[in-house]
Design a protein around this ligand. Structure first.
Ligand SMILES: [Cu+2]
Length: 109
């Protein structure tokens, strides 16, 4: 069983080298990964059939985004059925490829 162990060691060495290369890259200000950060928003438009929402939002630290008004996809439109234009909300968003998706949203208390 010598050969598989050597292969495994080579794979592990390659993995850590790649990880080190990433850490010495060009993104010194990348925020620490957080589980779910809720951001503040206000609904400007909502379309449950298309699954889209336009939010005037505050900072979204996990996306490195400041305050603005922009559109998102709703991960679960059914969960937003009680929300309407003008509602203040707490929401979580994440980027999947080119798309920004609201993964959680609820009326702000
Ligand atoms: Cu934005």
């Amino acid at each position: 069983m010598k050969i598989p162990q050597i292969l495994l060691a080579a794979v592990l060495a390659g993995t850590s080298a790649a990880a080190l290369a990433q850490h010495s890259g060009h993104h010194p200000a990348a925020p620490a990964a957080a589980a779910t950060q809720m951001s503040d928003g206000e609904i400007r438009r909502i379309d449950l059939e298309k699954g889209t929402i336009l939010l005037k939002h505050g900072d979204i630290p996990n996306l490195g985004m400041g305050a603005m008004t922009m559109g998102f996809k709703l991960k679960d439109p059914a969960a937003a059925r009680d929300l309407k234009v003008g509602d203040r909300v707490k929401f979580a968003a994440e980027q999947q490829g080119e798309t920004l998706i609201v993964t959680q949203i609820r009326k702000a208390p």
